[in-house]
Design a binder for this molecule. Structure first.
Ligand code: FAD
Length: 474
C-alpha cells in the first residue's frame, strides 16, 4: 500500500538547491517532503565543490613544499601518498555531510523519502511506494557529466567527476577532455600531486572568462607542467594494453596520445530523465527545464532551480534560486532572477573571480565604458607573499557606476566580495575609494584600482586652477 503525503511543498532533489528550500520551508513551519534518490548533499558535497576543493588544498600543500626557494626554504621534494590524499578528501566530505543528512532534515521536521521521484500527473509525484501531492513542487535534480559522442569512448574505462575522487592511486598520465573550470582545476591539482596531465579543449580553455585574465591562470597551469592543447578535436578513443589511446586532430593533422587514465569533463547535462516531465506538462530542452524569470515552469505549481534550470551552474546560484522560490511560494512576493549579480570563482592557483559585466559585454550594452586595472605587483602584501602574478580589472559606466569586476591572483575568490556588494547595490566607484583598507593586505588592490577612475582628473587643468585658487585663502 502506498504511503500518501499531502503537503505544502514537495522538493525533488536533495542537493544545494533542494536542501536550501527544504530547510527554509521547515523552519518557517511549512510542511515539506524532500525526495532524494541518490546521496543527500548532491553533486556539491559528494562529487563537486567539496571534494575538488579538498583535492586542490592538498595540491597546494604539495606545491608549497616543492616550491619555497624564493623564501629561502629548500629541502627534499615531498612524497605524495595518493591514498592518504584520497582519505583527506573523503574526511572533508564526511565532516560536512551531517549538515546535509537525512537525520538533520528529519529533525527539522522534513519528511525525507529516499527514492527517485517522477510525476504521475500534473499534481502527483510518485517515489518508491510514496505518493505525494503538494501545493507547490520544486524541482532541484541537478546535472550530470555530459559524455560527448566520441568513437570508442563507451568501450574504454573513463572517469568523470562522479568517480575521480575515488582513486586511491595516483594516475600516471591523466588525459582530460574539456578545458572548462572543472577540467582546469582538476588538471592543476593532479599535476601538483605528481601526475602527468594533458588537457584537450576543442575551443578555448576557460572560455567564459575574460581572456586578459584567463591567460594569467593558463600560463601558471602550463608552468606547473600541464600540457594544455586548445583547438583540438578528439576523434577516437581506444584501449591498447593497459593504456588509453586518444586520437586528436588539430589543423587537419591527426596525432595519438597515450595515457593511463581518461577524465571526461566536457560539460553537463540536466537530470530530467527520471522525472516523467511530460505527465506534468513541464517543458524542457537539452539545456534543462524551461523557467520564467520567477523560476516557474510551464506547470504553474512547479518551480525548477539550480543546475536543472539551465542557467549558471553553481552552488550559490542554486541557493540564490532557493531564496527566490521561498519568497514567492511562501510569502507570495513577486521575484525575478538577476543573473548579473551572480559571482563565480575558478579555484586554480592563481584564482580567477568575476562578477557583473565583462569588458566585452559592457561595451556591447553601453558603448563607452571606463576600464580600470591594477596589478598585484604594485601591492606590498603580494610582494611579501611572492604572489605578484595577478591583476584586478573593473568596468564602470562613464559616470562611475560599477558594472563588473574580475580578479586573477592570490585569494581572488575572497577579494571579489566587495565588488559583489557593489554590483548588487549599484554602487559608484567613489564608494571603493572611501574605504580604509588595512595595510598590508591584498584587499588594498580594491581601493587602488578605484583611484584609477580619477586619474584623468588629476591632469585636468581646471583642477590645478582650483587648487591654486584655494591656496590663496591661506
Ligand atoms: C567537479 C565540480 C566542481 C564544482 N565546484 C564548484 C564550486 O567550487 N563552486 C560552486 O559554486 N559550484 C561548483 N560546482 C557546481 C555545483 O556542484 C552545482 O552547481 C550544484 O551542486 C547544483 O546544485 P543543484 O541543487 O542544482 O543540484 P545537485 O546538488 O546536484 O543536487 C541534485 C540532487 O537531485 C537528486 N536527483 C536527481 N534526480 C532525482 C529524482 N528524479 N528524484 C529524486 N532525486 C533526484 C540527485 O541525486 C542529487 O542529489 C562544481 C561541480 C563539479 C562537477
Amino acid at each position: 500500500m502506498a504511503t500518501k503525503h499531502s503537503v505544502d511543498i514537495c522538493v525533488i532533489g536533495g542537493g544545494s538547491g533542494g536542501l536550501s528550500v527544504a530547510v527554509a520551508a521547515a523552519q518557517l513551519g511549512v510542511s515539506v517532503v524532500l525526495v532524494e534518490g541518490g546521496k543527500m548533499g548532491g553533486d556539491c558535497l559528494n562529487y563537486g565543490c567539496v571534494p575538488s576543493k579538498a583535492l586542490i588544498a592538498a595540491a597546494k600543500h604539495a606545491h608549497i613544499a616543492c616550491d619555497s626557494t624564493a623564501f629561502g626554504i629548500t629541502g627534499a621534494a615531498p612524497e605524495v601518498q595518493f591514498d592518504k590524499v584520497h582519505d583527506h578528501v573523503h574526511e572533508v566530505i564526511a565532516a560536512i555531510a551531517p549538515n546535509d543528512s537525512v537525520e538533520r532534515f528529519t529533525g527539522l521536521g522534513v519528511v525525507v523519502v529516499e527514492e527517485y521521484g517522477a510525476f504521475r500527473d500534473a499534481d502527483t509525484v510518485v517515489a518508491g511506494d510514496h505518493e505525494i501531492t503538494a501545493r507547490r513542487f520544486v524541482l532541484a535534480t541537478g546535472s550530470s557529466p555530459a559524455v560527448p559522442p566520441i568513437t570508442g569512448l563507451s568501450r574504454v574505462p573513463y572517469l568523470t567527476n562522479e568517480t575521480i575522487f575515488d582513486l586511491t592511486e595516483r594516475p600516471e598520465h591523466l588525459i582530460i577532455i574539456g578545458g572548462g573550470p572543472i577540467g582546469i582545476e582538476l588538471a592543476q591539482a593532479h599535476c601538483r600531486l605528481g601526475s602527468k596531465v594533458t588537457v584537450l579543449e576543442m575551443f578555448v580553455p576557460l572560455a567564459k572568462d575574460d581572456p586578459e585574465l584567463t591567460s594569467v591562470v593558463l600560463d601558471q597551469v602550463a608552468a606547473d607542467g600541464v600540457d594544455i592543447r586548445a583547438g583540438v578535436a578528439v576523434r577516437k578513443v581506444s584501449k591498447n594494453g593497459g593504456k588509453i589511446q586518444v586520437d586528436i586532430e588539430k589543423d587537419g593533422e591527426t596525432t595519438t596520445l597515450s595515457g593511463s587514465h581518461l577524465l571526461v569533463a566536457a560539460g553537463r547535462k540536466p537530470n530530467i530523465d527520471k522525472l516523467n516531465l511530460e505527465a506534468a506538462g513541464i517543458k524542457y530542452s537539452r539545456r534543462g527545464i524551461e523557467v520564467s524569470r520567477g523560476l516557474k515552469t510551464s506547470n504553474k505549481k512547479v518551480y525548477a532551480i539550480g543546475d536543472i534550470a539551465g542557467g549558471l551552474q553553481f552552488t550559490h546560484m542554486a541557493n540564490y534560486h532557493a531564496g527566490l522560490v521561498i519568497r514567492n511560494a511562501i510569502f507570495r512576493l513577486p521575484v525575478r532572477e538577476n543573473t548579473n549579480i551572480v559571482p563565480w570563482v575558478t579555484f586554480t592557483d592563481p584564482e580567477l573571480a568575476h562578477v557583473g559585466l565583462t569588458e566585452e559585454a559592457a561595451r556591447k550594452r553601453l558603448g563607452k565604458v571606463r576600464v580600470l586595472r591594477w596589478p598585484y605587483a604594485e601591492n606590498d602584501r603580494a610582494q611579501a607573499e611572492r604572489c605578484t602574478e595577478g591583476m584586478i580589472k573593473v568596468i564602470t559606466s562613464r559616470r562611475g557606476v560599477i558594472l563588473g569586476a574580475s580578479i586573477v591572483g592570490l585569494n581572488a575568490g575572497e577579494l571579489i566580495q566587495p565588488w559583489v556588494l557593489a554590483v548588487t547595490s549599484g554602487l559608484k566607484i567613489k564608494a571603493m575609494t572611501a574605504i580604509i583598507a588595512p595595510y598590508p593586505t591584498l584587499g588594498e588592490i580594491n581601493k587602488r584600482v578605484a583611484y584609477g577612475y580619477y586619474a584623468s582628473s588629476l591632469t585636468n587643468p581646471w583642477l590645478g586652477r582650483l587648487i591654486r585658487l584655494l591656496a590663496r585663502f591661506g
